[in-house]
Design a protein around this ligand. Structure first.
Ligand code: PEP
Length: 255
């Protein structure tokens, strides 16, 4: 089955509300002819409403960078899946910056994944090894245990809807992207584990992305690989020109 490549931009904590439409206007012009790539932009929560109006009727989808697992209640500062429904299609869950700075555990992440799918949002679940894991030979165990833990509250059919992003912590924001060979090995391990846990049909439907210091100059190596279904781009996605170059690369590499 040929899947459309998915290119996701995580703006992180960049972009104030008045800049959102300007940034998206520029991106829209650059990518208006793109047909074979699914484009997703994940701005900060407060920019989503404006962004939603801006991308309406275009080939750009939106995602949020986080979600809480309850629908409503006394959870000051949190944003629920009910609030995001209608504003965006995707939601990033378990980003390493949230695991590290906000102490999100596998247990919390599993609840967020379940809440997102049950409200019709598509989770982009981030899993990844630290430099310590990598040096100690524990990368595979870390990645696959994060994967298994995050998916344990949802059904087989719901698992098929989840997008997995392999994001080595040592590659995020460091300029040291992971080789395509290694990213492919990990993507294969992830798909193999999904097949073992939920069946081959589910693993074949599922998309696995690579993320970590992806730039226009290194992105194309990931698009050549049939086991990598796209990329999650952080820093480089804030520059509309650079992000569009990555998207155009994905389009060119799609048969
Ligand atoms: C990210 O934030 O998910 C990411 C991959 O960041 P960067 O591209 O900046 O490494």
């Amino acid at each position: 089955m040929v899947k459309r490549k998915l290119v996701v931009g995580n703006w992180k904590m960049h972009g104030i509300v008045p800049e959102t439409s300007i940034m998206l206007e520029k991106l829209k012009k650059e990518v208006e002819d793109i047909k074979k790539v699914e484009i997703v932009v994940c701005p900060p929560f407060v920019d989503l409403y404006t962004a939603n109006i801006s991308v309406n009727g275009t080939n750009i989808e939106l995602g949020s960078q986080n979600v809480f697992y309850e629908e409503q209640g006394p959870y000051t500062g949190e944003i629920s899946p009910l609030m995001l429904k209608g504003l965006c299609k995707y939601v990033i869950v378990g980003h390493s910056e949230r695991r590290i700075h906000f102490l999100e555990t596998d247990k919390i992440i599993a609840k967020k994944v379940a809440a997102a799918v049950r409200h019709g949002l598509t989770p982009i679940l981030c899993v990844g090894d630290t430099l310590q894991d990598f040096n100690d030979g524990f990368s595979k165990i870390t990645i696959l245990s994060q994967l298994q833990a995050a998916l344990h509250l949802i059904t087989k059919d719901e698992v098929a809807k989840v997008v997995i992003a392999y994001e080595p912590v040592w590659a995020i924001g460091t300029g040291k992207n992971c080789s395509a060979k290694r990213a492919t090995e990990v993507a294969k391990d992830i798909k193999h584990t999904i097949a073992e846990l939920f069946g081959k049909a589910i693993s074949e439907k599922m998309r696995v992305l690579y993320g970590g210091s992806v730039k226009a100059k290194n992105a194309n190596v990931y698009f050549d690989d049939p086991d990598i279904d796209g990329v999650l781009v952080g820093g480089a996605s804030v520059d509309h020109f650079e992000f569009a170059k990555i998207i155009k690369g994905a389009e060119k590499h799609t048969k």
